[in-house]
Ligand binder design. Sequence first.
Ligand SMILES: [Mn+2]
Length: 318
Amino acid sequence: MKLRILHHDNCFDGASSAALFSRFYREMVNPQAEICYTGLTHKSEKQFNECLFDGDENVIVDFKYSPSPRLTWWFDHHKSAFLTKEDEDHFRQDQSGKKFVNPEFKSCTKFIATTLAERFNFKVNGLSELIYWADIIDGAQYPDARSAVEMKESAMRLTLLIESNREPGLLQQIIRELAVRPLADLASEYCTGERFKKLWAQHERAIRLINERAITDRGVVFFDLSDVDVEGYNKFIPYFLHPECVYTVSVLSTPMRAKVSVGSNPWNQSRRTHNLAEICERYGGGGHAQVAAISFPTCDLESAKKAARQIVEELQDA
Ligand SMILES: [Mn+2]
């Protein structure tokens, strides 16, 4: 019997959600299940290929809904949880009692833990640290921008690894271990040596590039990294460099997509007046009210740049 877990890729909360659901499934549904993991990334075109759902049971965690009849469980906490109105209607008619969404939760991990406790009487042992940190990290509940960028804690070092990882096998191994081992153990095994040195150098390079390129005006930091090989950056760097800013808009280009990221300063939320998920939905993207993104085909970088310019103007007019 095979369980396929589809989780938000390159995301601490996505990995933690997958680990937590694995524990639930083993302890409450089927101890013998073979559990397989697949990371999902937002795409500009067809999001779900039916062949993704190759398990006897298939679950999506921390990612958009799919109306596939092969999907048996679903948990998400994103404001933009549905690709289309039809998908939302499909979800509203669901009778399985195994599909859940609640954008009030800061992390999907906490949402899954709460839902499984309430609905299935599942009490997980030994994962309170994981749930606590998923909520801190996905909810951007760091005390300040400096600690969010210095990444000293085990959970944050693992976040740096998970967010920049390009080896699916390594992430699957980490998810299996997140389900059963303390974070400090994992960090001391995986976040050391040459691999971590390389990640840390990339992180420092991103800080340097953002510092060089950031243009700040009327509360918005804008930077374009589409001409350099940067596939991601710690999203708190702009507020570490420009603590007075309320919003960030950036453009990246990766082999998979051109990406516009739109964020708001977690330490300046009182000045945030826009719902960033709603803005990004207008361009075919989505996310949370505080942080959202849009994916374009790699060949259409111009549209990404144009959308970024328009969003900068909209946010400046606040
Ligand atoms: Mn999440």
